[in-house]
Write a protein that binds this ligand. Sequence first.
Ligand SMILES: [Fe+2]
Ligand SMILES: [Fe+2]
Length: 275
Amino acid sequence: MPELNLPLSLNYDGALETRLFDDIRIAVAPHIPAARQEAPRDVADAGERRAAGRYAVWNTVHDLFIAQVAAHAIAGLFEDDTAFQFALARQLGDDAAHAEFSLARAAALLGADPLPQVEQGVQEAWDLIGGFALRSWQNFLAWQFHYEHYILARLFVNRRTAQVLDFGHKEFGENRILPDEEAHRIRITQWWLGKLERAEPAEREDWIDSLIQADEDAQRILAPYLRDSWDLNRNATGLDTRNHVALYDAWRRELLATLVRRDPADLPALASLAA
Ligand SMILES: [Fe+2]
Ligand SMILES: [Fe+2]
């Protein structure tokens, strides 16, 4: 069994995420630039507004589902963990605010009430992963990693290569969503590392193995949903999706290894985004 071969303590923040992403990007997708090279433009015609609206619906569903799962987790799986409740309540409030903003953008871009579509999307998310996410702390954490941490690969690429952006979303996205999401990832990561630190050393390897297994299960369940997100994002913004499967896979491997304090080479083979 591979050893836990990295120190338990980790200064996890956005700067570390950027460093890790750039290491992966240079190795797997060097055509993605280190920083944006050309300014994006606003949506222009009806087709672009429709594509941006559909992507806004996906984002609304993603954030509203997070808020709902966090509410269930506070009242259920983590009813005795006050410290984690603060992190989850913060996430719940922020992501609900993001969802509400995205819903308004979807309505403006589509010229129709997107709520029925959003409700259907959230129901589909419950059917797909809701029961899984609330079954154990390992599953919950794996779900969080997918919904909050791993999607960063796509968001980094979008931030640097999107050609068309909904300018009505830009300011809120940069000034509110970006720092909120970094805070969510930091707090979830800190909770996990604190839990790992308080565990009996003999317990740690079991926990990490079960977390990796849950992460794999989550990847297999979520693969179609995640592939969809790349398609919708590409249709909306024209982001550079060349080699994005390899990029996502390598990013997930690197980040999962970092989060479980192992060398990436010591992780087992992982399911691909394409699987
Ligand atoms: Fe969010
Ligand atoms: Fe979030």
